[in-house]
Design a binder for this molecule. Structure first.
Ligand SMILES: [Ca+2]
Ligand SMILES: [Ca+2]
Length: 107
């Protein structure tokens, strides 16, 4: 939950309604998070990025996010997977704004 809030805040509330803007922002975030610039985010980079945003994730939280984002199972998030993750998080966040239900408790 705290991770989602941090994530969505970082994408920017103003970008949520416009998929194109969101994707542009997601690409920027990806570049910032990929500190060794190898075109993929590994668990350590993910953790570091969130702690920079002021959100400390435990090992298991990082693992859960990786699991959710990593579609091909190589334990790295590439840019397409990252954009997909952003879209999923934003949609969940929007869903949560309407109804405060169990949907909000995944992260
Ligand atoms: Ca990297
Ligand atoms: Ca992957």
């Amino acid at each position: 939950m705290k991770a989602r809030q941090t994530f969505v805040n970082n994408i920017g509330m103003g970008n949520l309604e416009d998929m194109e803007k969101m994707e542009t922002r997601a690409r920027e975030m990806f570049k910032e998070m990929d500190t060794d610039a190898n075109g993929a985010i590994d668990p350590a980079e993910l953790k570091a990025a969130f702690s920079k945003m002021g959100c400390r994730l435990s090992k298991s939280e990082v693992a859960r996010m990786m699991e959710e984002a990593d579609e091909d199972g190589d334990m790295l998030i590439d840019v397409d997977e990252f954009i997909e993750l952003c879209a999923v998080e934003v949609n969940r966040f929007k869903a949560c704004q309407g109804a405060q239900t169990q949907m909000c408790t995944v992260l």
